[in-house]
Design a protein around this ligand. Structure first.
Ligand code: ASP
Length: 418
């Protein structure tokens, strides 16, 4: 009897609460394990990796089937185009704004940044990817590779193309439509099962990070990290609160509260793509339509990175100051443009933003080796930037959904009047 009550009580704690408890426990356990981080890394992290692998495993079928099913239910190619266009515009504008905020605050604080020695720094420069390469890489050349490599943009393109074809084939495709919808439900259920493990996943992912980095947080990069986190907060409060209220008709408080499970998960996992299933669940609960969320969120998880853009702006200023270089205004504008474009090419996985930082530094002639100055605490930057990245995706899904609803209502009214 007592056992039953206990089980019930655990069931009553909402997922956000369970994840939060896991997060607090992970911080405590991580602190206790400082100095013995190898235990956390060898015996706790693997369970986090198992969980993240399960999430990654389900993310491709979820994106593929939910976009196909969404496109088919809209049965209007133009409507899909309008949703995609509005989302991309929102994503680009907010990312450019995010970089500007990053540059603004970093310039305010830069006088207090430590000047770290730059002699003997080395960083393995990644192969440069041009803008044209990024565009070419959006399109799949093979049916299987996008899925086996979890290349989200290519999976999105595949899903859209097949979805459009099904609409165009019409009546004859009815049996396929039925199957796609059934498979979509099956994958959603699988995702649901995996997500129930998120508190355990969060604990096992975060505990080793705290055990390894705990002391470094207070280290010499504390102020640079603080600048980035101030910017993450300012951007969320300033941009998402206002756009969600004005364009999405939703109270910001309700928005952030509803997003809590996804926010906590993104913070612990540092992966936008990994947070995708939970983000879908949160935004739908907040009122986003399924057809919009399933299209806009995977797109955002791959091309929208406001947190990453802020991080790149802050780090560019910090690295420049360590090299004694004063960036000019045109150089800052170049950073805004490159960071916005770089975010399209940044994969939603841990550490990807640091690789793209090389492109931003190169665009203004800063030494790429400077990345070595911030690489040691990248994970701590990453947890915050990923949280902001997925919150931005969610705000877009809710806004586009709301605008879409309004448009449909207007159309229906006009039809009535005729
Ligand atoms: N980890 C980030 C994300 O998944 C990308 C980055 O490294 O900036 O959104």
């Amino acid at each position: 009897m007592e056992e039953k009550t206990e089980k019930k009580a655990r069931k009553n704690i909402p997922l956000a609460g369970q994840i939060f408890i896991a997060l607090v426990l992970a911080v405590i356990a991580g602190m206790l394990l400082q100095g013995h981080s190898d235990i956390a890394v060898s015996y706790i992290r693997p369970f986090g990796t198992i969980f993240l692998n399960l999430v990654k495993f389900i993310v491709v079928p979820i994106v593929l089937f939910s976009i196909m099913s969404g496109v088919i239910s809209m049965s209007d190619i133009k409507k899909v185009g309008a949703i995609g266009g509005t989302s991309i515009l929102y994503y680009m504008l907010t990312t450019a704004f995010a970089t500007t905020i990053g540059l603004f605050f970093a310039n305010i604080f830069k006088g207090h940044y430590p000047v770290l020695s730059t002699s003997g720094l080395s960083y393995d420069k990644p192969e440069p990817v041009s803008l044209m390469d990024t565009i070419v890489n959006i399109f799949p050349s093979n049916f299987i590779t996008p899925m086996s490599e979890s290349n989200m943009l290519q999976v999105i393109v595949m899903a859209l193309l097949i979805g459009f074809a099904i609409i165009l084939v019409g009546e004859k495709a009815q049996p396929v439509i039925k199957h796609i919808n059934i498979w979509n439900d099956i994958f959603m259920k699988t995702m649901d099962m995996i997500l129930r493990l998120s508190p355990i996943g969060v604990f096992c992912l975060l505990c080793p990070v705290v055990a390894e980095n705990g002391a470094k947080i207070i280290g010499s990069l504390g102020l640079v990290l603080l600048t980035a986190y101030i910017c993450y907060f300012v951007h969320a409060i300033l941009v998402y609160s206002s756009t969600v209220r004005i364009l999405g008709g939703l109270s910001p408080l309700k928005f952030f509260k509803g997003m809590l499970p996804a926010i906590l998960f993104a913070f612990s996992s540092a992966s936008s793509v990994g947070t995708l299933p939970l983000n879908l669940e949160c935004t739908e609960k907040l009122g986003a339509s399924k057809e919009v969320a399933t299209f806009v969120l995977p797109l955002g998880a791959t091309i929208n990175m406001d947190g990453t853009a802020i991080y790149q702006g802050v780090c560019a200023i910090f690295i420049a100051s360590c090299y004694g270089i004063q960036l000019t205004f045109p150089q800052m504008v170049t950073i805004v443009l490159t960071a916005t474009l770089a975010s399209i090419g940044t994969a939603g996985v841990p550490g990807a933003g640091m690789v793209m930082l090389a492109m931003v530094l190169e665009s203004v002639g800063l030494p790429v080796e400077g990345i070595a100055l911030v690489a040691g605490v990248d994970r701590i930057f990453d947890m915050g930037r990923t949280t902001l990245n997925i919150t931005g995706d969610a705000s877009c899904a809710l806004i586009v959904s709301h605008l879409q609803e309004k448009r449909s209502a207007r159309k229906a009214k006009a039809k009535e009047a005729v």
